[in-house]
Design a protein around this ligand. Structure first.
Ligand SMILES: [Zn+2]
Length: 325
């Protein structure tokens, strides 16, 4: 490639993507959106400093960002697999997979799991001339606009731009939660009905909690990732958001879906010694899954640093107001 921004702008306009009017929707101009979503995610992560050298890893955070773009406009219930564009982007002149020397890359076989990519590759490198250009704000913005205007219909374009802003603000919000343990800025709480602010808070809180618990459910200890890299855990508030607008990590736990539901319904709680307590209701009803009972009196899984452990005053609220004794 020529190494200049104009050449890369052209290359971004000419991505090889599947065109099929029955498979892909009008919002993505009837084309597969995987490569544009991946590149938008990479640009966001360069902006946030999550990618700070010329090696892109298909890590969990990139999977999440890719999924955020996907879920904004793609049909409900569908989810994209970042593994495909990560591999297929190799057909573009600026994207170079970086294989590990000791492994043999299988030929003719589709690599469809993030785990497999990590086994085979260090990640992907961009052209040596392209990466420094992406560190310049206005050039990165220009390429982002190129992607948005080329691969998305006019009605989808503002949604993609908004998601970029949400990603930026949610990242800042979660970094703030992690570094100061305080839930600022206050402006994000001012208007509860503002959907964009709500998305920023949700996304930022989730990022902080999932990272602190390293994708492990605090109550049952499960830690699972799908081949597409999706994590089983959700970020749960101990004292519900509607009761006390408190996004501090100490008012949160990472919980798998079953534990999250059981915790919110009051079937499980956590005692003063950070042990799981199971409601009598579970014992009395055969329909409740027995494995919840096996968690009784077991220590919960907590973040490494004590300052992020669930706060006892938040847990106390849950024990008194939500737990069914
Ligand atoms: Zn669980």
């Amino acid at each position: 490639m020529c190494g200049k921004i104009d050449c890369y702008t052209e290359a971004f306009k000419k991505l090889r993507t599947d065109r099929n009017r029955t498979r892909w929707i009008s919002l993505t101009t009837y084309r597969a959106p995987h490569k544009p979503f991946l590149l938008l995610s990479v640009l966001d992560h360069i902006d946030q400093g999550l990618i700070n050298s010329n090696l892109i890893a298909p890590d969990y955070e990139l999977v999440e960002t890719f999924g955020r773009y996907w879920s904004r406009i793609m049909p409900l219930g569908t989810s994209g697999n970042i593994a495909y564009p990560f591999i297929y982007m190799d057909s573009e002149p600026f994207w170079h997979l970086s294989p590990k020397p000791e492994v043999k890359i299988p030929t003719g076989k589709t690599i469809s799991s993030v785990k497999r990519i990590k086994e085979l590759f260090y990640g992907a490198r961009l052209d040596d001339e392209l990466f420094p250009l992406l560190l310049v704000d206005h050039l990165r913005e220009r390429l982002k606009e190129t992607l948005i205007t080329t691969y998305f219909a006019p009605e989808a374009q503002p949604i993609m731009r908004e998601q970029g802003e949400i990603n930026r603000d949610a990242f800042a919000y979660s970094e703030n939660l992690l570094h100061t343990s305080e839930a600022k800025p206050e402006s994000l709480y001012a208007d509860d009905a503002d959907e964009k602010k709500e998305k920023v808070r949700d996304q930022g809180f989730r990022r902080a909690i999932v990272n602190l618990y390293e994708h492990r459910c605090a109550l049952c200890g499960i830690r699972m990732m799908t081949p597409a890299g999706h994590t089983v855990v959700e970020a749960a508030h101990i004292e519900p958001w509607r009761v006390k607008h408190d996004d501090k990590p100490t008012n949160g736990m990472a919980l798998c879906r079953l534990c999250h539901w059981s915790f919110d319904e009051g079937l499980m709680t956590v005692n003063n010694d950070y042990e799981v307590k199971v409601s009598k209701t579970v014992r009395q009803d055969n329909n409740f899954p027995g494995h919840i009972l096996t968690l009784s009196d077991r220590p919960i899984f907590k973040p490494g640093r004590a300052k992020f452990w669930p706060a006892q005053d938040n847990l106390d609220y849950h024990r008194k107001m939500i737990f069914i004794k």
